[in-house]
Write a protein that binds this ligand. Structure first.
Ligand SMILES: Nc1ncnc2c1ncn2[C@@H]1O[C@H](COP(=O)(O)OP(=O)(O)OP(=O)(O)O)[C@@H](O)[C@H]1O
Ligand SMILES: [Mg+2]
Length: 252
């Protein structure tokens, strides 16, 4: 069983996405003709700070409109989960309620929503913390709740915006492995992951393909395939060769 084969059936196509933010007389061109075809795969999007990565994810999720260009999702209406760059748990709700809320909003009764939420909290190892409040959790646990909440809506596409950048290095590494396990075991509904990151190392460690963006306005500088079996050894020659290749694209 493998869900990591690349280019297996189109799931998402971005065609010539353009975005300029305009306020008063200020104009800021952020995305300059982004085109991508993404299948059942794990794609990392790598680019310098402020180049438009979050904007691109928000456009994919339908939270923001491009000025021109189209986003095509197959099948139409496929659900999209989003793990945001900044914490978004509601402090007055318990862990269970935080995960159940979007399900309830989407039409499940509270008890159905909670049942499904429990299933996904178990998947991220938080089954015994369902009655805790976000303030009672460590950073890593909070991020696990975010993962559970995104998975619980049973999305086809999972968008992750720098999901590990606020965590200490050890916690981040644990969570990376856990997400890769869920991904390779195929125990979730997710067929496509798109992860924004600043980290070349993280991109090569996790992704099937890496899309390198230029500085703002973002264009696709190049795409690198990572054909190394998982779990990947950062000290291997092939890993380091790819690092060189990605850094070349970044500095081009
Ligand atoms: N709603 C908005 N209105 C006006 N400008 C915006 C808006 N959202 C983003 N921007 C600007 O667009 C640019 C790209 O922002 P974005 O958040 O997409 O970058 P990013 O690549 O995710 O950055 P980082 O790596 O720091 O998270 C930034 O200069 C930002 O100031
Ligand atoms: Mg961002």
């Amino acid at each position: 069983m493998s869900v990591t084969a690349t280019h297996k059936g189109g799931i998402l196509a971005l065609r010539n996405i353009e975005k300029t933010f305009a306020e008063d007389s200020k104009k800021l061109k952020v995305l300059d003709g982004i085109s991508l075809e993404i299948g059942e795969e794990f794609v990392a999007i790598l680019g310098p700070s402020g180049c438009g990565k979050t904007t691109l994810l928000r456009i994919i999720a339908g939270l923001e409109k491009p000025d021109s260009g189209v986003v095509e999702v197959q099948p139409a209406g496929a659900r999209i989960g989003f793990i945001f760059q900044f914490p978004t748990l509601l402090p007055w709700m318990t862990v269970l309620e935080n995960v159940a809320l979007p399900l309830h909003v989407n039409g499940l009764s509270w008890s159905e929503a909670k049942e499904k939420a429990r299933k996904y909290l178990t998947l991220v190892g938080l089954q015994s913390f369902e009655d805790f409040y976000p303030r009672e959790l460590s950073g890593g646990m909070k991020q696990r709740v975010n993962v559970a909440r995104a998975l619980a809506i049973e999305p086809t596409i999972l968008l992750m915006d720098e999901p590990f950048s606020a965590l200490d290095p050890l916690t981040a590494e644990t969570l990376r492995s856990e997400i890769l396990d869920l991904w390779t075991w195929g125990v979730t509904t997710v067929r496509t992951i798109i992860m924004v990151t600043h980290s070349v190392d993280e991109a090569i460690f996790m992704a099937d393909r890496i899309v390198v963006l230029t500085a703002r306005p973002a264009r696709v500088a190049g795409i690198v395939s990572v054909d190394i079996p998982r779990p990947r050894d950062r000290r291997s020659q092939e890993f380091q060769k790819l690092e060189d290749k990605v850094y070349e694209l970044i500095s081009a």
